[in-house]
Design a protein around this ligand. Structure first.
Ligand code: FE2
Length: 314
């Protein structure tokens, strides 16, 4: 049994040298300013999370860590007891309680409870498609305003780490994340990458809230590979693509359909080179899910998509 089981990812935390530039990009990407202090930018989506992306002004551009949501304050206390730390009041805009630690790869991990939720922002209803086999919209027309995607929520973060096992053990044994699917390189006995979902029993949750592992060829120091945000629907993903393209931002890969998790995806780069993903229509899993285990292959990244380029692996 794990110490606790977190229920979702709350936010990611970055450092960047130019908060104005970061905000300009994130607005075009579909986020909305939640708060801004002298040295920190808090951005939210349309959902109830008070913020999903935090950037601290600093000399380098890098991913610092992530926040995860505990299911209860009792869980938070249990975690603090296990770690030999304490439960603190968060000094950040949404308040609540936090337990801070560092994972074995060096990322700052904050487990949270009791944050003040935000009022969700208005979005259009998702489109009912008149597919060729099922007509879901017997009357009415489709009208979609252009502009940034409707980012509803933060979906997952993917961490590249030099050594898979200790990092996996931490998220699995301490925070209750469970394997949805795992990958290996030459030796099938040695897992090098895993997609992890929150261990919530019968309750359905995203196929992966966190994914972590070692890329082929290894890596010297841990870093974020990408952070992924759920948008309203496929049309919204495509409209957001057009908007980001018109804004001159750097595209990475997509639109395509993933294999593990099944998401329709579109990858972009923030102005500091961090990879960010819009996705929609991902798989849900619960404790009945049967994990797969297979070789890590480039062909496994998509069912269909434009050709991969070296850009995606930078
Ligand atoms: Fe992703």
């Amino acid at each position: 049994m794990p110490v606790i089981a977190v229920e979702d990812i709350a936010y990611v935390r970055f450092e960047a040298p130019d908060l104005e530039l970061m905000e300009r990009f994130l607005i075009d990407f579909g986020l909305v300013r939640a708060a801004r202090t002298a040295d920190t930018l808090y951005m939210r989506g349309k959902g109830s999370a008070p913020y999903v992306h935090i950037t601290h002004q600093g000399p380098t551009a890098r991913g610092i860590g992530l926040g995860l949501r505990a299911q209860s304050s009792a869980d938070l206390q249990r975690l603090a007891d296990h770690l030999g730390t304490g439960v603190e009041d968060s000094p950040e805009p949404a308040g609540g309680q936090v337990v801070r630690c560092t994972d074995p790869a060096g990322f700052r991990v904050e487990v949270l409870c009791g944050q003040t939720l935000a009022e969700p922002l208005a979005v259009r209803p998702s489109h009912q498609l008149n597919a060729a086999d099922v007509r879901r919209r017997p009357q009415g027309a489709v009208r979609t305003a252009g502009g940034p995607s409707q980012v509803m929520r933060l979906g997952h973060a993917v961490l590249f780490v030099p050594d898979f096992e200790p990092v996996f053990d931490f998220y699995h044994q301490v925070l209750g994340l469970r394997i949805s699917d795992s990958l290996h390189m030459q030796d099938p006995e040695k897992t090098t990458f895993a997609f992890l979902h929150c261990g919530l029993g019968a309750r359905y949750t995203d196929h992966h809230t966190l994914a972590l592992g070692t890329p082929p060829g290894g890596i010297e120091s841990a870093r974020f590979d990408h952070v992924a945000y759920e948008v309203l629907d496929l049309e919204d993903l495509q409209a957001g693509h057009a908007h980001l393209k018109a804004g001159g931002w750097r595209h990475s890969w997509g639109v395509g359909r993933h294999v593990l998790g099944s998401q329709l995806f579109d990858y972009w780069r923030d102005p500091f080179g961090h990879k960010v993903e819009h996705w929609t229509d991902g798989d849900l899993v619960n404790d009945q899910h049967q994990p797969s285990h297979g070789p890590l292959q480039l062909e496994g990244l998509s069912q269909w998509a434009p050709p991969l380029t070296p850009e995606f692996f930078e």
